[in-house]
Structure formats: C-alpha cells, structure tokens
Design a protein around this ligand. Structure first.
Ligand code: ADP
Ligand code: ASP
Ligand code: MG
Length: 413
C-alpha cells in the first residue's frame, strides 16, 4: 500500500461528467488499497472568467481581493469531487488551502509556499478518507487567502507530496505526458518516457506550461517522484527523473519550448557610458518587474540602444518607468514591441555537444526567420523572434534536431 498524490487539471474537472470520471479513477486507486490525496484545479476557463470579472470592476484589482476571488474556483471542484466520491461509497473530505494550512508568504497572486502543516492530512488519511485539496491556494500568516500563480495547482500537488513523503505525485492532464514540444503546435511531437528535472525546469521556465515551474523546482529539491499522465487514457506518461547515469542515451536536445508572454522594450540613443545598464534596469527592478533577455548594441557615435524583455502583463508599468528614465539619461526614445516570441532548445546533452547554437541559427535562417536577441545557459539556447514566425520556427527546429516522430510510430499514436 502506498501514498499517492494525484492532481487533476482544469479540463479534467471541466464538467460534472468529467468530475464523475475522475471520481471513478480515484475510487479505483482507493479500492486497490492506496492512500490518496487528490489536488484539483478549478473547472477549465473558470480562473480566466473570475479574472475578467475583477477587471470589469477595477483596472488594477486589489491583490488581496483578487486572490479571495480567484481561489473560489478550486473550492467548487473539491466539494463536487468529494460528493462524487461519497456517492461511490468512498469516504472523502474536501479541504481549502487554509484548512490544510498551506502557509505562504504574502505575495498575492504569486505567493510561495513556506510550510505545510501535514498533521490534519495525516489524521484524515488514518481515518480512511480520500483528501481532496484545493490547488493553487494557500494562506499567509495573517490568515489572508493567497494564490500561487497561474498553473499553481501543480505546485500544491508536489508540495503536498513532499510534505507527506508520498510515494509518487501524479499530474493528470489533457495530454499523455511531456512531449518534445507542445503537441498542439507540432503534430510530429513525441512523448518522452522520461525527462530530467533540470530539463523539465528549463522547459517549464521557457514556456512549456504542462507543469508549473515551481512544481518542478519543488520536486527536484525534495526528490518527489513526479509523473505526468493523461487523465482518462491509460499509459505510462512521462517520469521526471534525476540525470540519466547512462550518458550514451542522452539526446542532445530534449525539447523545444516557446513563450508568447513576453514583450520587448528598447531605449534608443542612450549616451554610451558606464552605469547605463544600471540606470535603466535599476528602476525596473525597483518596480518589481522581472527582466528576461537583455541586449545592448554599441553604436559608433557614442550612443547605444538598450533592449530587454519583460512579461507582457508588466509592459505598461515598464513603459511608465522607462519614460522617466529616458528623460533623466537623455535617451532619444523608448520603443516597445508586443509582437515577439521566445523559442528555446533545451537539453542536458548540450553540455557535451558543440555546435547546437550554430545548428539552431542555421535552421532558423533556412526558413527565413530573423533573430532579434539571443541568450544561452548551460543547457538551453533561446532566441527572440517576431511572433508571427513562432510556429514556423518551432517546427523547423523540431525537425532539425531530429525530434519528429518516426513515421512508423504514426499508426501507434
Ligand atoms: P492542466 O489544466 O491539466 O493543468 P495545462 O493546460 O496547464 O493543463 O497543461 C497541459 C497543456 O500543456 C497541454 O494541453 C499542452 O498543450 C501544453 N504543453 C505545452 N508544452 C508541452 C509539452 N512539451 N508537452 C506536453 N504538453 C505541453
Ligand atoms: N486554476 C488555476 C489556473 O488556471 C490553477 C491551476 O489550474 O493550476 O491557473
Ligand atoms: Mg496546468
């Protein structure tokens, strides 16, 4: 008998029929004798609907109230799933984040988990209940409801698995595992049997939203066995593992990630002198805006153009900050561009293979895609391109790095 944490995402609990199906699945595990903790998301579309309601009332909603609002979606699904389990003769209890005491910091809408009081959970499990916990939410030390950032139910599941020392954390979703790239964009994408924590972390941070970044961080840190599976189809899914000891089997590239959520800002005609980067990025940091890719081009005339990317939601605030900065440093103008996208190739095999960058740039050149910015780390290379070429670029890279599914797989898929 083992303890399993199972997380079901929005589409998997998107209707009563789906919730009934999830209940069947959970009941089956329970009847096999496992202890089960279930984490659920809100019904698909619900969190977006709630966010839109908030924006109808207030352009920049009060963060505390935003969390009070958007955490409600998960409370609905915990209760409905518990009822569906009860109907099947399976003892079940729903819990909010605050009832479980998923204690977070007070950074509303992107709170981090500090501590989980697992006593109540252990007590419930010992009494033979399936515990159905609301994903995505926690509570700060003053009792305010917090949320963990979009996709945060994954993190709830992994954090509970870590706190309870579960035997496995299973993330059930609407695809049957982690693919070489988003299977909704590239038909030939291939499911991976396994991917390392490190690669999954880069894929997630570079935009593959199949797992929330923090969930992968947590799983790596506490060595939680983590698997991504299809909610309603049988299959092995994808296991997130420690680095493969067998280097021979490590492919150079594990996958291609992409992200449409960034925007580019350029401060044009900045006097080229020491301290410029600091004068521009200092106030951006003070405004709590995260900067991703940075490029500075020095001109011959003593002026330079300084470009960087931020998340699209932060663009209006970043523009406001930069207007003042530009005046104070005598820059010519500030330009912004929302129509960009970031494409990244990710793989631990890159460490021992030279030439990945040049292969990437050649593949993009072949399809006529211009690269605006480049950034690299030990196991990834990212480029910023015009958004309209995103899918073309992802497909070209997917083929160039030999990730396309073999034709003989086609019938099995
Ligand atoms: P859930 O609501 O279950 O949390 P998400 O929509 O957050 O589901 O995540 C699953 C989706 O992630 C898939 O439908 C797929 O389109 C997308 N996705 C993006 N990149 C990948 C990838 N590399 N492998 C699998 N799915 C991916
Ligand atoms: N419901 C939240 C969201 O849509 C959390 C989650 O689904 O993981 O972001
Ligand atoms: Mg998700």
């Amino acid at each position: 008998m083992s303890l399993i944490v199972q997380k079901f995402g929005g589409t998997s609990v998107g209707s009563i029929a789906r919730i009934e199906q999830v209940a069947e699945k959970v009941a089956k595990f329970r009847r096999e004798g496992h202890d089960v903790v279930v984490v659920v998301s809100a019904m698909s579309g619900e969190t977006n609907r709630l966010i839109a309601l908030a924006h109808e009332v207030q352009e920049r909603p009060v963060p505390r109230e935003m969390d009070a609002l958007i955490s409600t979606g998960e409370q609905v699904t915990t209760a409905l799933l518990s009822m569906a389990l009860d109907k099947r003769g399976v003892k079940a209890k729903s819990y909010t984040g605050s009832q479980v005491r998923i204690l977070t910091d007070n950074a509303h809408t992107k709170a981090r988990i500090r501590e989980i009081d697992n006593q109540r959970l252990h007590a419930g499990l010992e009494e033979g209940y399936v515990l159905v916990v609301a994903g995505f939410q926690g509570v700060d030390e003053h009792g305010n409801i917090t949320t963990l950032g979009r996709g945060g139910s994954d993190t709830t599941a992994v954090a509970l698995a870590a706190a309870l020392k579960a035997d496995e954390c299973q993330i059930y979703t609407d695809v049957d595992g982690v693919y070489t790239t988003d299977p909704r964009v590239v038909d030939g994408a291939r499911r991976l049997d396994r991917i390392t924590f490190e690669e999954m972390l880069e894929m997630a941070s570079m935009g593959s939203k199949v797992l929330q970044i923090r969930a992968v961080e947590f799983a790596g840190k506490y060595q939680v066995p983590l698997r991504v599976l299809h909610s309603f189809e049988e299959g092995p899914g994808t296991l997130i593992t420690l680095e493969d000891a067998d280097q021979m089997e490590t492919p150079t590239i594990a996958g291609i990630a992409f992200n449409r959520d960034e925007a580019k800002l350029t401060v044009v005609g900045v006097p080229d002198m020491p301290g410029v980067a600091y004068k521009i990025l200092g106030p951006i940091g003070e405004a709590n805006i995260e900067v991703d890719v940075i490029v500075q081009n020095a001109g011959d005339d003593g002026h330079t153009d300084f470009s960087f990317t931020v998340s699209r939601t932060d663009l209006p605030r970043a523009e406001d900050v930069l207007k003042d900065v530009a005046t104070s440093i005598n820059a010519r103008e500030v330009r912004s561009d929302r129509k960009i996208a970031k494409v990244s190739v990710v793989g631990v095999g890159m460490r021992s293979h030279a030439g990945v960058a040049s292969q990437m740039f050649a593949a993009l050149a072949d399809v006529g895609v211009n690269i605006q910015m480049i950034t690299t780390s030990e196991i990834k290379i990212s480029v910023i391109i015009e958004e309209k070429y995103l899918e073309l670029a992802v497909r070209a890279l997917h083929s160039s790095f030999g990730l396309d599914r073999e034709p003989q797989d086609e019938s099995a898929a």
